[in-house]
Design a protein around this ligand. Structure first.
Ligand code: NAP
Length: 276
C-alpha cells in the first residue's frame, strides 16, 4: 500500500485528505493519505525521517512551507524561485524532493475557468504579498503575463514579491489601486481579507475594464464579496477552490503513479464539505 500525508500545524481543517481519498477510490488504488499534525519544532526531524518511513511523500501546509524549502534535498526550479515547498516526494534514492504546485494549480484553474488565452487579457494586479502571492506571481510570469503589479498592506513585502519576476512585476501603492485597475485584465486577491472570520476586502471594482476577470484564492466562503461584486459588474469571476484542487494533482501523480482529473464530482464533494 502506498502512503502519503499532509502535514501542518494545525491540520484538522485540511480538505486535502478528502481530495486524495476521492482520487484513490476513483482509481481503485490501494493507498492512504493521512493528516499528520507536526509542531514547528518537530518538523526538521519529521522531514529527515521520511526516507524509510514508508511514505512516498506528502503535502506541506502552514506553517511548514518555508522550512520544507530549507530542508528538502532537491528543489524544482519553481520551488527555488518561490522560496516555499508544498509538495514532497521521497525518491528511490532516499532523497526528499521539494516542489511548489500552488503556481501551476492556480494557472490550471484559470485555464479551466477562462480558457488558455487568459495571459493575454492584459496587466495583472495582485492584492497581497504573502506565500500564495509569491507562487502566483511566479506562475503568472511563467505563463507569459507581460506586466504584474503587486499591492500590499506592508509595502516592503510587495517589493520583495515583485522582485521574483524582474522586468515584469512591480510594487504598487495601495492608494494607486483605482488607477491601476483601469488598465488591468486580471485582478487577484491573495490576501486573507474576505475569508470567514477575517475583515472584508474593501475595494471598488468600478475602474476595471469590461473584459477583466477577477480571481479570489479565498475559498471559505466560496462566493466571497469580491466575487459577488465582480459578477454584479458582469466580469468573469474565478473562485479559490479550483486552485486547491489543481495544486493537488502533481503530488498525487508522483506518489500514486496516476494523473487524476479535477472533475465536477470532486468539486461538489468539497463544496458540500465547505458548507457551514
Ligand atoms: P500569508 O503568507 O499569511 O499572507 C497573508 C496576506 O494577507 C499578506 O499579504 C497580508 O498583508 C494580507 N493581510 C492579512 N490581513 C490583512 C489585513 N487586515 N489588511 C490587509 N492585508 C492583510 O498567507 P498566504 O499563505 O499567502 O494565504 C493568503 C490567503 O490565501 C489565505 O486566506 C489562504 O487561506 C488562501 N490560500 C488559498 C489557497 C488555495 O488553494 N485556494 C492556497 C494558499 C492560500 P501583510 O503582508 O501586510 O501582512
Amino acid at each position: 500500500m502506498i502512503r502519503a500525508f499532509v502535514t501542518g500545524h494545525p491540520i484538522a481543517h485540511s480538505r486535502s485528505p478528502l481530495i486524495h481519498g476521492h482520487w484513490l477510490a476513483e482509481h481503485g488504488i490501494s493507498g492512504s493519505y493521512e493528516r499528520i499534525d507536526v509542531p514547528p519544532a518537530d518538523f526538521p526531524a519529521f522531514l529527515r525521517g521520511l526516507p524509510g518511513s514508508g511514505f512516498a511523500g506528502g503535502n506541506v501546509t502552514i506553517p511548514h512551507k518555508e522550512a520544507a524549502f530549507a530542508l528538502a534535498d532537491t528543489l524544482t526550479d519553481r520551488a527555488q524561485r518561490i522560496g516555499a515547498v508544498n509538495t514532497l516526494v521521497v525518491g528511490g534514492d532516499g532523497r526528499v524532493h521539494g516542489d511548489n504546485t500552488d503556481a501551476p494549480g492556480f494557472c490550471a484553474h484559470l485555464d479551466q475557468s477562462l480558457g488558455p488565452a487568459w495571459p493575454q487579457r492584459g496587466e495583472a494586479v495582485i492584492l497581497g504579498a504573502g506565500g500564495a502571492a509569491r507562487a502566483i506571481v511566479v506562475g503568472l510570469a511563467e505563463r507569459g503575463v507581460a506586466r504584474i503589479r503587486v499591492a500590499n498592506r506592508t509595502p516592503a513585502r510587495a517589493e520583495a514579491v515583485a522582485a521574483l519576476a524582474p522586468g515584469i512585476a512591480q510594487p504598487l501603492a495601495w492608494d494607486d489601486l483605482p488607477a491601476a485597475l483601469e488598465g488591468a485584465g486580471l485582478l487577484v486577491n491573495t490576501t486573507s481579507l474576505g475569508m470567514k472570520g477575517q475583515p472584508a476586502l474593501d475595494i471598488d471594482l468600478a475602474p476595471l475594464p469590461a473584459g477583466a476577470a477577477v480571481a479570489d484564492i479565498v475559498y471559505a466562503p466560496l462566493e466571497t464579496d469580491l466575487l459577488a461584486a465582480a459578477r454584479r459588474r458582469g466580469l468573469a469571476a474565478v473562485d479559490g477552490l479550483g486552485m486547491l484542487l489543481h495544486q493537488a494533482v502533481p503530488g498525487f501523480a508522483a506518489w500514486f503513479g496516476t494523473r487524476p482529473e479535477v472533475t465536477e464530482r470532486l468539486r461538489d464533494l468539497i463544496v458540500a464539505d465547505l458548507r457551514p
